[in-house]
Design a protein around this ligand. Structure first.
Ligand code: BES
Ligand code: MN
Ligand code: ZN
Length: 498
């Protein structure tokens, strides 16, 4: 896509230049505002549709290059399908599909925010814009040249034609932070590990201070004093020192228990001494996607001044093999006092989370904790890339997460926990071991986390499948999806704001 996106709002008038994008339903009907704006040009629609076998199916599009007496260089009609059954996330996806029809090289495009049969409230329009913004995302920071034979990408001026530009602008100002949060998460995940190591990640989290988030950074000596031996053990083979970052947003009642989000922030996972094969190892720069999601979520919540107290905590380490690295057989002591025998140094994420979960639980007494982690390859074997694995000790949390997942399209599938699985991580030498054998790998990983949450309602989201190497969708063409930001923003908005 273009190298920069400029969003704008304009009245419902035919644009003087650029590409014009409108919606129709599965009967090829356009909304009344669109009909008015197109004038006579609307008459060519049925014939053009027939020639191209375009039926208005959701997400498909028809291009008309000589749009009658319109000044636009091209008219594109995006199918909205059956518009009676459009849900929140369908609208977001339609915004993505529309933005996908803007010229890839930049320039001007106008989307007429008018979906037939749909009342175009501020909420619906901002959903469209969120989708467009996410679709237009690309990570080109390290590309110094354009593609050969293609024009150098310019800025894309994407304008939404709406009934009231000023009302929509104000509504967008309240929703923009959500899209920014997803983009922030994607950027952090896409950054290579030579740039984004724990200290640098902590610096980027500190930027949330300008939104009123309190950010506290624990360095290695501070974590040592706290007894975070599991987290520190993972990082001890790296030239980069570990960090834990605690972010606090206080938008709720004074003294009300916070909700807490905890992220796995392994800035690079080589596997350590139990080293990973070379094939695909570069993807392990994204092993901090859980932490990235927490930072993106804190951004979104603070930007819209969410009426809730929130803790975001991320454990930042780099898992490297080195003379100082931890070994299989080593036994580490966690902040909770429990000991863990290291069987495989590549099962490091659970070690990091064990200490951060315990820290958050005992320091901040949250009403619930949700952790996000690219924790296991096993969850990808089980669920592919469509659902994240959900493990929880609380049925209410489960129900709410499933519902928020359906609403946002960031879906979760509940997996089992139980004493039969728990005993698979008992150790000969310590309180537990960090792997549970060949079977049920995502479950035994979650069982280890469960030993560090006490009786606090807790959910663990294994996002190894959903966060990285993402399938191309209407709202994402990037390697990283920023998965989880929209899901958890929705969960908080629906249930935890006062
Ligand atoms: N970060 C990996 C899991 C992962 C794999 C995330 C692929 C994203 C894509 C995690 O630290 C890991 O290595 N897990 C091991 C655990 C095993 C050693 C018990 C795994 O899943 O193989
Ligand atoms: Mn690993
Ligand atoms: Zn890992």
């Amino acid at each position: 896509m273009a190298n920069e996106l400029k969003l704008g709002f304009a009245p419902l008038r035919a644009p003087a230049r650029g590409v014009l994008i409108v919606f129709c339903d599965d009967a090829l009907k356009v909304g009344s505002a669109t009909r008015k704006l197109l004038g006579k040009a609307a008459d060519i629609l049925p014939r053009a549709a027939e020639a191209e076998h375009f039926t208005g199916k959701r997400g498909t599009a028809l291009d008309i290059v000589t749009p009658g007496d319109l000044k636009a260089t091209r008219l594109t009609i995006v199918g909205a399908g059956k518009t009676a059954e459009l849900k929140h996330n369908d609208i977001v996806k339609l915004g993505g599909a529309a933005a996908g029809k803007a010229p890839p090289a930049g320039g001007d495009a106008t989307v007429v925010a008018d979906i037939p049969g749909t009342e175009m409230t501020s909420e619906v329009i901002t959903d469209l814009v969120v989708g467009a913004r996410l679709r237009a995302y690309s990570f080109d920071r390290y590309k110094t040249k354009g593609k050969e034979g293609e024009p150098k990408p310019r800025t894309l001026n994407l304008t939404f034609a709406v009934a009231s530009p000023s009302t929509t602008s104000r509504a967008w100002a309240r929703h923009e932070g959500l899209a920014d949060g997803v983009v922030l998460a994607r950027d952090l995940i896409n950054e290579p590990a030579n740039v984004l190591y724990p200290e640098e990640f902590a610096r980027r989290a500190m930027a949330l201070r300008k939104l009123g988030v309190m950010v506290e950074v624990l360095d290695a000596p501070a974590m040592k004093r706290l007894g975070m031996g599991a987290l520190l053990g993972v990082g001890q083979g790296s030239a980069h020192a570990s960090r834990t970052v605690i972010m606090r947003w206080r938008g709720g009642r004074r003294g009300a228990a916070p909700v807490a989000f905890i992220g796995k922030g392994v800035c690079f996972d080589t596997g350590g001494i139990s080293i990973k094969p070379a094939q695909g190892m570069e993807d392990m720069k994204g092993d901090m996607a859980g932490a990235a999601c927490v930072v993106g979520l804190m951004h979104a919540l603070a930007a819209r001044k969410a009426k809730v107290n929130v803790i975001g905590a991320i454990g930042l380490v780099e898992n490297m093999p080195d003379g100082n690295a931890q070994r299989p057989g080593d036994i580490v002591k966690t902040m909770s006092g429990q000991t863990i025998e290291i069987i495989n140094t590549d099962a490091e994420g659970r070690l990091v989370l064990a200490d951060v979960l315990h820290y958050v639980n005992t320091r901040h007494k949250p009403q619930f904790m949700i952790d996000l982690a690219t924790l296991t390859g096993a969850i990808m074997v089980a669920l592919g890339q469509e659902y994240a694995g959900l493990f929880t000790n609380n049925d209410v949390l489960a129900e709410r997460l499933v519902a928020a997942g359906e609403a946002t399209g960031e879906r979760v599938w509940r997996m089992p926990l139980g004493p039969e699985y728990d005993k698979l991580i008992d150790s000969k030498f310590a309180d537990m071991k960090n792997t549970g054998g060949r079977h049920g790998g995502a479950i035994t990983a979650a069982q280890l986390l469960a030993r560090f949450v006490g009786t606090t309602p807790w959910a663990h989201l294994d996002i190894a499948g959903t966060a990285l190497g993402s399938p191309q969708t209407d709202i994402n063409k990037s390697w990283s999806s920023g998965w989880g930001v929209r899901l958890l923003d929705r969960l908080v908005a629906d249930h935890y704001e006062n």
